[in-house]
Ligand binder design. Structure first.
Ligand SMILES: [Zn+2]
Length: 129
C-alpha cells in the first residue's frame, strides 16, 4: 500500500512546491518543517521552475522490483534555478549520457503502479531538454 504520507504530498509534488527558509534562504524540496542548514522553522512556499541541472548521476543496473523492466536507468541529483536539490529518474535517453551539467526538463509522469492494487503513483522525471 502507498504510504499516507505519499498521498498527502501529491498536490505539493504536482506543483513542485518547495519551502524557502526565512532564516538562511535555503530552498528545500519537498518542503520540510525544520531547515537542516540553520534549524530555522519559518518556511515560505515557493514554486520551483520545472527545469534542473544535473549535479551528480548514477546508472541503476539492479533496481527495486517495481522498476525491474526499466533497468538500466539513470538517477540524478538535480538543482533547479531556485537552488533546490533532489533526486529524480532521468528518462528518454541513454543513461550513460546523463552527466553533471546536463540540462533537464522536469515532467510530471507516472512513476509506478503499486502492486496488484493498480494504484498509480505520479511524480516528476527528468527529460533531457
Ligand atoms: Zn535555514
Amino acid at each position: 500500500m502507498p504510504s499516507p504520507r505519499y498521498h498527502r504530498e501529491i498536490p505539493a509534488r504536482y506543483r513542485l512546491e518547495a519551502g524557502k527558509c526565512s532564516g538562511c534562504g535555503k530552498v528545500l524540496y519537498p518542503e520540510r518543517k525544520v531547515c537542516p542548514a540553520c534549524r530555522g522553522q519559518e518556511m515560505e512556499t515557493v514554486n520551483l521552475s520545472p527545469t534542473g541541472t544535473v549535479v551528480t548521476s548514477t546508472v541503476i543496473h539492479v533496481p527495486p522490483d517495481e522498476f525491474l523492466n526499466e533497468a538500466p536507468y539513470a538517477m540524478a541529483v538535480v538543482e533547479t534555478p531556485e537552488g533546490a536539490r533532489f533526486m529524480t529518474q532521468v528518462v528518454d535517453c541513454d543513461p550513460s549520457t546523463v552527466l553533471p551539467g546536463m540540462e533537464l526538463d522536469l515532467e510530471f509522469r507516472l512513476i509506478r503502479k503499486e502492486g496488484n492494487s493498480g494504484i498509480l503513483c505520479y511524480g516528476h522525471k527528468g527529460v533531457p531538454g
